[in-house]
Design a protein around this ligand. Structure first.
Ligand SMILES: Cc1cc2nc3c(=O)[nH]c(=O)nc-3n(C[C@H](O)[C@H](O)[C@H](O)COP(=O)(O)OP(=O)(O)OC[C@H]3O[C@@H](n4cnc5c(N)ncnc54)[C@H](O)[C@@H]3O)c2cc1C
Length: 538
């Protein structure tokens, strides 16, 4: 790996330029965990970086369908290093369930930054989440899930629709053996073959059509007599996230336990989606940062036209784009985490605090996915032809980022869900309450432009009919996110110095005003090259 990457065997926590500042504003206990983060920074820069790359290229999970006696077993065979590392990483799921915060979990996840491994870990977290909140009678299973002794999964998407969950056709019948699920349509089932327990949406007999008729079930891999409870038809051939096996699952009278109340399955499902959208946002920015760091080393060493790449103005402009998007996206993602951390113990019917956290999760999920795909692509370009080769680390980062806008609800769905929570719950009013004072405090022309954009966005939405509002839905989603990122960067400048005010100003020029980055950034290395971090570890 040392010949494929510039950041292999480096401490990715010590190299990180923004995370400590951002976490400092939200998580007062960070200082108690510095040692843990330093150790984790070593782990993610060495074993994690190497094993995730190796698994992606050479050792993706294989579906073993039969044992030697011909019985269906449908198990994932992982390469031993993969299995060992996954178990070793299971601890990152524990903090929120042990009195800690979601910031702790997500900061570790950001450093991990591998969507395949993280998917296996996070669907396990989501399974624990649903049980912890709505089926605490499964305390033993929760403990297994949180300690890496069992793996979870979340299977909602069916052949006929992932966005349209209300179209689910899997049925649930109550019998002497408890609930029995049937349906051959669970079409994107991550962790299939690995998971010991899966959260599954299904429609109980007699329930109404559409999303409100869905209930949520916990489906073990094995029946009490040890036989296989459901079948995995095949694994998908994916362009990224190869470390997590994603299969097609068939249920045939599969035994399951209902989670919580029968009529509230869709709320539980949407809650587990909200938390996974945060995971998506954090994971996206983690990938963006790995690409950023790889590019920073590259531009120092590679020469073109008799000088290092970093001395060329257009390269500085690219590095500025990467730095601005990465710092802003990280602020956005951790603010979404903060809002969720305040609200996550609520149960339906939710208060405005929860609805606002959900509103913000849509902004974060969507915009960080854009940032990650763009940043990883730009980093590839900065590597020139080598960036396009599978031999080196940077190409994979882009392949991995491409899933971010698709799973956990596409960008269209984020826009529609945001519009719904605005229309039904007025969740945007909390956004105004929070961000107008922040921008007024910043008081710069760019902050004023962000305020103007906010006013215009609300006016546009009020004046349009439903079709028009949906037509522009993604633009509104981006505008809210860009306003928030500008404000959050300015707020960070109050406690962490002028660099963040410059990043805020640059972000606003590019994404609020739609202008090129102003050229004053050309000579300011603090923006596009955190030189002390790189030189210390070079
Ligand atoms: C690697 C991977 C792993 C996955 N793992 C899981 C998993 O473990 N569990 C699980 O449940 N799912 C999983 N998924 C599925 C994923 O969540 C869905 O693919 C995603 O939600 C989109 O659903 P779909 O594929 O059915 O696309 P569709 O719903 O058919 O959408 C197709 C297009 O239509 C658009 N669209 C749909 N409805 C509307 C509308 N009303 N207005 C405007 N546009 C619309 C969408 O934005 C999209 O662009 C996984 C997907 C991938 C790629």
């Amino acid at each position: 790996m040392e010949f494929q990457s510039y950041i292999y065997r480096k401490n990715h926590w010590l190299l990180e330029p923004d995370l400590k500042a951002i976490l400092g504003g939200y998580w007062v206990n960070l200082h108690e965990h510095r040692g843990e983060f330093e150790d984790f920074g070593v782990l993610v820069g060495s074993e994690v970086y190497e094993v995730t790359d190796y698994v992606d290229h050479h050792a993706a999970p294989v579906l073993v369908m039969h044992d030697l006696d011909g019985h269906r077993v449908d198990r994932a065979r992982l390469c031993p290093a993969h299995a060992e590392l996954l178990k070793h990483l299971a601890f990152i799921n524990r903090p929120p369930y042990e009195g800690g915060s979601w910031h702790h979990h997500f900061a570790l996840a950001f450093l991990l930054a591998d969507p395949g491994f993280y998917c296996s870990l996070f669907v396990t977290n989501q399974t624990a989440y649903a049980l912890h909140k709505y089926a605490p009678e499964h305390a033993e299973i929760i403990q297994q899930l949180l300690s890496g002794d069992a793996w979870g999964a979340t299977w909602m998407t069916e052949t006929q629709g992932g966005s349209d969950l209300g179209a689910n056709t899997t049925t649930a019948i109550h019998s002497d053996h408890g609930w029995l699920l049937s349906g051959e349509n669970k079409y994107f089932a991550s962790n299939a073959g690995l998971a010991d327990y899966a959260l599954v949406t299904a429609r109980p007999e007699g329930a109404q059509p559409g999303p409100k008729g869905l209930a949520l079930f916990l489906m073990p891999r094995e029946r009490p007599d040890g036989s296989l409870n459901y079948h995995v038809r095949r694994y998908k051939d994916k362009i990224g996230t190869r470390a997590v096996p994603t299969g097609e699952v068939e249920c045939h009278d599969s035994q399951a336990y209902m989670v919580g109340d029968r009529g509230k399955g869709i709320y539980y499902t949407l809650e587990t989606l909200t938390v996974s959208r945060l995971a998506n946002a954090i994971g996206s920015m983690g990938l963006a940062r790995k690409a950023h760091l790889e590019a920073l080393y590259r531009v120092r060493t590679r020469q073109a036209f008799n000088r290092p790449l970093v001395d060329h103005p257009l390269v500085r402009r690219d590095l500025t784009d990467i730095a601005v998007r990465t710092a802003a996206g990280l602020c956005l993602a951790f603010h979404a985490v903060e809002l969720f951390d305040r609200a996550w113990t609520e149960m339906p019917p939710y208060s405005l605090v929860y609805h606002y956290a959900r509103f913000f999760s849509h902004l974060a999920k969507n915009r960080t996915a854009d940032h990650a795909t763009r940043v990883t692509l730009l980093a590839m370009e900065l590597f020139g032809g080598l960036g396009f080769l599978e031999e080196y680390a940077v190409a994979r980062l882009h392949r991995e980022a491409l899933v971010a806008p698709i799973w956990e609800g596409t960008s269209n769905i984020q826009a529609l869900d945001m519009l719904e929570v605005m229309q039904k719950k007025a969740a945007h009013e909390s956004f105004l309450d929070e961000f107008i004072p922040m921008l007024e405090r910043a008081g710069t022309p760019e902050a004023k432009a962000a305020l103007g954009s906010l006013e215009q966005t609300l006016q546009d939405i009020v004046q349009q009919n439903l079709g028009e509002v949906q037509w522009y839905g993604k633009d509104y989603l981006n505008r809210f996110a860009d306003i928030a990122q500008t404000a959050l960067l300015y707020a960070l400048a109050e406690t962490n110095g002028e660099r963040y005010a410059m990043l805020a100003s640059l972000y606003a020029h590019r994404f609020i005003l739609g202008e090129p980055y102003p050229s004053w950034a050309l000579e300011d290395r603090s923006i596009w090259f955190p030189v002390e971090l790189i030189e210390q570890s070079a």
